[in-house]
Design a protein around this ligand. Structure first.
Ligand code: ADE
Ligand code: ZN
Length: 351
C-alpha cells in the first residue's frame, strides 16, 4: 500500500485504488540518478556534468525537444542487468502507486542501433517483470517501432523480434512511437499487417502532436486496438463519436501533455470533454522520470485541475482495466478488485 498522502480525499482515494498503467515507455522511467549510475558502471560519457545539470535540461518545448534527451539517456543501457535494473526500478514505483497491472512499451531500435542485441533488451526487461509479478504486479510487453526511422528498419526489427514473441508470452503486441509529425501511421501499414496476421495486439501513438487524420489512419490502416494519446481527436466531432461508439480506448498522459506543451496548462486539458462524450479514456504516465510524476501524480494533477468527481475518477480507473490486454476472466477479477475498494461493498460505482 502506498504511503503517499494527499489533502484532497478523492485524490487520496484514487492513490489507494488498484489501477492499471497502459502507456509507459520503460526507457522513460530512467531517473537521472540511475542514468548516472549506469553511465559510471558502463563507462559511457554523458553530455551533462551532474544529475542536477541533466535534470535542469528537462525543460521541453515540444515532443522532439524531449525525444533528443530521452534517446541520450537511453545510451547508458548496454547489458541485460541494466535493462533489469531500469525495469525493476519502475516496478517498485508502480507498486508504490498501487498499480496491479502494467502494459509496458520498449523501443528495441534505440538499443540495436548501438549494437545491443534485442535478446539482451527483452531478457533483462522480462526477468524484472517476472520478479515483480511475484509481488503482485502483472504485466505485458509491447514492442514499439520508432516512426522517425524507415519502414525497412521496422520490418528488419520485426523479423529479428519474431522468435522473441514465441519465447516470451508476456510480449503480446506492437506499437508505434517517436516523432509523430511527418511520420504518419500509413508509413507502417505493412509491418502492422504482419503483426496483425500473427494475432498480436496493436497500438499506436496518434493525435499527440499530429492531426486527427493520423488517428483515422491508426484506426483504418493499422487497425489498432487502442490509440496512445489521441487527445487531438477532440478537434473532430465525428472522430470523437466514432471513438466513443467503438470503445477504442485512448491512453492519455496528462503530465506528458503539459510538459510537452500539447496544452498550456492542466486546466486546458481536454480529458474531461472526451470523458463527457463517452470516450474510453485511461490515465497513464508515459515517461514518468522526465515529466514529473508516476501514475498517481497524473491522477492528482488531472483530478484537481479539472475538478473531476468520484464517478469520473472511478470511470478512469475502470477504463484502465477494461482497455487492458488481459483475458476476460482476468479483467473481471481486476474490476471486482477495484469495485471492492471503491465502494467497500463491491458494487460497481457507476451502475
Ligand atoms: N517515446 C517516448 N515517449 C514518447 C511520446 N510521448 N510520444 C512519442 N514517442 C515517445
Ligand atoms: Zn508515449
Amino acid at each position: 500500500m502506498t504511503i503517499t498522502t494527499h489533502a484532497n480525499p478523492l485524490v487520496q482515494k484514487a492513490f489507494g485504488a488498484p489501477k492499471s498503467e497502459l502507456h509507459i515507455h520503460i526507457e522513460g522511467s530512467l531517473e537521472p540518478e540511475l542514468i548516472f549510475a549506469l553511465a559510471q558502471r558502463n563507462n559511457v560519457k554523458l553530455a551533462y556534468e551532474s544529475i542536477e545539470a541533466l535534470r535542469a535540461a528537462y525543460a521541453f518545448t515540444d515532443l522532439q525537444s524531449f525525444l533528443d534527451i530521452y534517446y541520450a539517456g537511453a545510451s547508458v543501457l548496454l547489458h541485460e542487468q541494466d535493462f533489469y535494473d531500469m525495469t525493476m526500478a519502475y516496478c517498485e514505483r508502480a507498486l508504490a502507486d498501487n498499480v496491479v497491472h502494467a502494459e509496458i512499451f520498449f523501443d528495441p531500435q534505440t538499443h540495436t542501433e548501438r549494437g545491443v542485441s534485442i535478446d539482451t533488451v527483452v531478457a533483462g526487461i522480462d526477468r524484472a517483470l517476472a520478479d515483480a509479478e511475484k509481488r503482485g504486479l502483472t504485466s505485458k510487453l509491447i514492442l514499439c517501432f520508432l516512426r522517425h526511422l524507415s519502414e525497412a528498419d521496422a520490418l528488419a526489427t520485426w523479423d529479428a523480434a519474431l522468435p522473441l514473441f514465441e519465447r516470451y508470452p508476456r510480449m503480446i503486441g506492437v506499437g508505434l512511437d517517436s516523432s509523430e509529425r511527418g511520420h504518419p501511421p500509413s508509413k507502417f501499414e505493412r509491418v502492422f499487417e504482419q503483426a496483425r496476421a500473427k494475432g498480436l495486439k496493436l497500438v499506436a501513438h496518434a493525435g499527440e502532436e499530429g492531426p486527427p487524420a493520423y488517428i483515422y489512419e491508426a484506426l483504418d490502416l493499422l487497425k489498432v486496438d487502442r490509440v496512445d494519446h489521441g487527445v487531438r481527436s477532440i478537434e473532430d466531432p465525428a472522430l470523437v463519436t466514432r471513438l466513443a461508439d467503438s470503445r477504442v480506448a485512448l491512453t492519455v498522459c496528462p503530465l506528458s501533455n503539459t510538459k510537452l506543451c500539447v496544452f498550456d496548462d492542466m486546466t486546458q486539458h481536454t480529458l474531461k470533454q472526451l470523458l463527457d462524450h463517452g470516450v474510453a479514456v485511461t490515465i497513464n504516465s508515459d515517461d514518468p522520470a522526465y515529466f514529473g510524476g508516476y501514475v498517481n501524480e497524473n491522477y492528482s494533477a488531472i483530478v484537481e485541475a479539472l475538478k473531476l468527481d468520484d464517478k469520473e475518477v472511478y470511470t478512469l480507473l475502470r477504463n484502465g482495466f477494461e482497455a487492458s490486454f488481459v483475458t476476460p476472466v482476468e479483467r473481471a477479477a481486476l474490476v471486482a478488485k477495484l469495485d471492492q475498494y471503491w465502494t467497500q461493498d463491491g458494487s460497481s460505482a457507476v451502475a
